[in-house]
Design a binder for this molecule. Structure first.
Ligand SMILES: Cc1ncc(COP(=O)(O)O)c(C=O)c1O
Length: 428
């Protein structure tokens, strides 16, 4: 009789974990207010209130709402003057929106590998990838980590490069006494449905530089004049009042939710320390507050019987714990590679080069496809018992990994060998 739920055993857990998004009467009330007011967009009062409060929350002098956290990156690059002929260094491990924004402004994304310790862009890799065409770096604060910002800012200063922080994952994270999104030239946040603060969709750009704020304002609001009367130039990337109405109570609730997540992460770490072959990524000493979207765990494949990552994930899920793999490396992602055929590049350009399809970032590839596991933030809004269940499910899969060896074998073989395994009832 098998122990693992994937093989017919009893799961660790059958109750669901805390689901997301969490909403209440406050969102309903504000949504109705917007509905009845007839002011549904165009820089209405809810957007103004949210932008002001989010600015205070991060410590940014200027904060400007936009429709989502992908176009925010594009707008930021345009505001920085990045365009055709320029190169922008981005991490290989990120949601592909980070690199898409670069292509969107006509520049070339240059993929840099990540560090083993934090899965964020490796400063040494940035140094190695700088060319005379490099204009900007986009560090992504990924899986509850903050990139090595002191070193990145130093590299940027030395080489006259802009720094655009992609903070889609890290609402509320703090680096020393500064909020993320205020460390580089511009910060970009996402409020998409699954993020730690959501308006269904939505984004915001933060900066301490009023010149950039003026440009961003024009870019997102059809070139309308900034508050000092200066004209801008741009399209429509506005957020709606409905999104801002949902975001206001989300921001209100955030501090309390993050305190719960922080305490639960502490408890989860304690449990996890007793499990063989798995470690949680640690925040750096400079991190004074750890906001998060996904929480990164690293498995030692040998301790899990060298069973492939996707089978381990299926086995943990079967125990009742929703766990997932990290993002695909961008240049191998099925959401990125079709661009070589679908994007029209400048005359004479090589699409594979323009999309970085021949990049080689072995650490990002290994973490993405072999060693990384991710738990989403809302799981940490539950009880201490939830934390024990999460760790116990992983421990159970680790100690019973031998039950998965035929699944692993079946994955390795093809054709006749596969049907033979099925026929004799192993690996099925
Ligand atoms: C790192 C990163 N950057 C940018 C984005 C894009 O944000 P949005 O979904 O709001 O367009 C995401 C969304 O998942 C992300 O994870």
């Amino acid at each position: 009789m098998a122990n693992l739920a994937l093989k017919g055993g009893t799961p660790i857990r059958t109750q669901p974990f805390t689901s997301w998004p969490i909403v209440g009467d406050e969102e309903r009330k504000l949504l109705l207010e917007v509905f009845d007011s007839g002011v549904w967009s165009f820089g209405g009062p809810k957007e103004a209130e949210f932008a002001k409060k989010f600015g205070a929350f991060t410590g940014a002098k200027e904060s400007l709402c936009v429709s989502n956290g992908s176009v925010s990156l594009e707008i930021a690059l345009r505001a920085l003057g990045v365009g055709p002929g320029d190169e922008v260094i981005v991490p290989a491990l990120t949601w592909h929106a980070t690199a898409w924004a670069v292509v969107q402004v006509g520049a070339t994304p240059v993929f840099a590998d990540i560090s083993e310790k934090d899965w964020c862009i490796d400063p040494a890799q940035i140094r190695a990838k700088i060319t005379p065409r490099t204009r900007a770096i986009i560090p992504v604060h990924l899986y509850a980590q903050i990139a090595e910002m002191d070193e990145i800012l130093e590299i940027a200063k030395k080489n006259s490069l802009f720094v655009l922080e992609d903070c889609a994952h890290t609402h509320g994270s703090r680096w020393g006494d500064q909020g993320v999104g205020t460390l580089g030239n511009i910060g970009s946040f996402s409020f998409q449905q699954s993020k730690g603060m959501t308006g269904g969709e939505g984004g915001i750009l933060t900066t301490n530089d009023e010149e950039l704020a003026w440009k961003i304002y024009g870019l997102k609001n059809c070139g309308r004049p900034w508050r000092d009367g200066r004209a801008g130039f741009g399209g429509n990337y506005r957020i709606t009042e409905f999104q801002a109405a949902v975001l206001l109570p989300q921001l209100e609730r955030f501090e309390k939710q993050l305190a719960t997540k922080t305490e639960n992460i502490r408890i989860f770490r304690e449990h996890l320390e007793k499990v063989t072959g798995i470690t949680a990524l640690k925040p750096k000493a400079r991190v004074t507050r750890q906001g998060l979207y996904g929480f990164g765990l690293r498995l030692d494949p040998a301790a899990f019987g060298n069973v492939p990552q996707d089978i381990i994930i299926s086995a943990i899920k079967a125990e009742g714990v929703p766990i997932q793999a990290p993002y695909n490396v961008v240049y191998k992602s099925g959401l990125w590679t079709p661009g070589a055929k679908l994007v029209k590049f400048e005359k004479g350009a090589n699409p594979a080069e323009r999309l970085g399809l021949n990049s080689d970032c072995p650490i990002a590839e290994r973490i993405s496809a072999k060693e990384g596991l991710v738990l989403l933030h809302h799981l940490f809004l539950g009880t201490a018992a939830d934390m024990a269940d999460m760790a116990n499910a992983i421990a159970k899969v680790q100690s019973n990994a031998s039950e998965l060896r035929f699944d692993a074998l079946e994955k390795k073989v093809t054709g006749a060998a596969k049907s033979f395994l099925r026929k004799v009832g192993i690996g099925a």
